[in-house]
Design a protein around this ligand. Structure first.
Ligand code: PGA
Length: 252
């Protein structure tokens, strides 16, 4: 049975002390909650990963990195390897975020390499994808999403999918205050699950968590999360305040 996930992507926000404070607040707030089938993940910047992993100990909070380099090691100034993430206790990595694609030129081909590298290192992946506004307007959104998933993930065997979480994030909804309607999210999520079922089988498709991302906030989360194929969210802005993030966990 697939899990629900509430994942906070802190992006380039929160210095070390702010990161510690935020994770501490979340830890305290969820201590007595019965999370049942829900995973709680936070994703701070690299410099705070180690401290946040330590603070999250003895809690349900899991910690993800926001990116990772595709090589084992070497002369890649400014980059971080899978080994380095593991060495500070990180077990999850976000790959393919639209900001990485847009501002740092990450292509499907590069992401396929990063996916392989993460899996080789037994890291779980939250794999992001989604169409830009123009694709949606031109009715190309299904085609775009299909090719993003195929190009970066469909070379994997069925077993590898145990370590994949999908995150549909329409670019026009990220940080814009504009959300996909619950119906638009459900329609796309069902399409994605069907893609996976056709490529692999119904079991792989049933077991993969598909998150929605793009201006999820306490006011709209419940309705979005209630949709059958929406298994939680990848949240940016609303993950930066303890009360908001906890409200999102309550909404699932
Ligand atoms: P947002 O970001 O919630 O601020 O729209 C979501 C994301 O980029 O993961």
């Amino acid at each position: 049975m697939r899990k629900n996930i509430v994942a906070g992507n802190w992006k380039m926000n929160n210095d070390l002390s702010e990161s510690k404070k935020l994770v501490k607040g979340i830890k305290k707030a969820i201590k007595k909650k019965e999370l049942k089938n829900t995973r709680v993940i936070v994703s701070p910047t690299y410099v705070s990963l180690s401290a946040v992993v330590k603070k999250a100990k003895k809690s349900a909070i899991e910690v993800a990195a926001q990116n990772m380099h595709q090589a084992d090691n070497g002369a890649y100034t400014g980059e971080i390897s899978a080994d380095m993430l593991k060495s500070v206790g990180v077990k999850i990595v976000i790959l393919g975020h639209s900001e990485r694609r847009e501002y740092f030129g990450e292509t499907d081909a590069l992401l396929a390499e990063k996916v392989d590298q993460a899996l080789k290192n037994k890291l779980e992946i939250i794999f992001c994808f989604g169409e830009v506004l123009e694709d949606r307007k031109n009715d190309n959104h299904f085609k775009v999403v299909e090719s993003q998933i195929k190009n970066a993930l469909f070379h994997l065997d069925a077993k590898a999918w145990k370590n994949i979480v999908l995150a549909y994030e329409p670019v026009w909804a990220i940080g814009t205050g504009e959300t996909a309607s619950p119906e638009q999210a459900q329609e796309m999520h069902a399409f994605i699950r069907n893609l996976v079922a056709n490529k692999y089988d119904a079991k792989v498709a049933d077991n993969v968590s598909i998150l929605y991302g793009g201006s999820v906030k306490p006011a709209n989360a419940k309705e979005i999360f209630s949709k059958q194929d929406v298994d939680g969210g990848l949240i940016g802005g609303a993950a930066l305040k303890t009360e908001d993030f906890v409200a999102l966990i309550d909404a699932i």
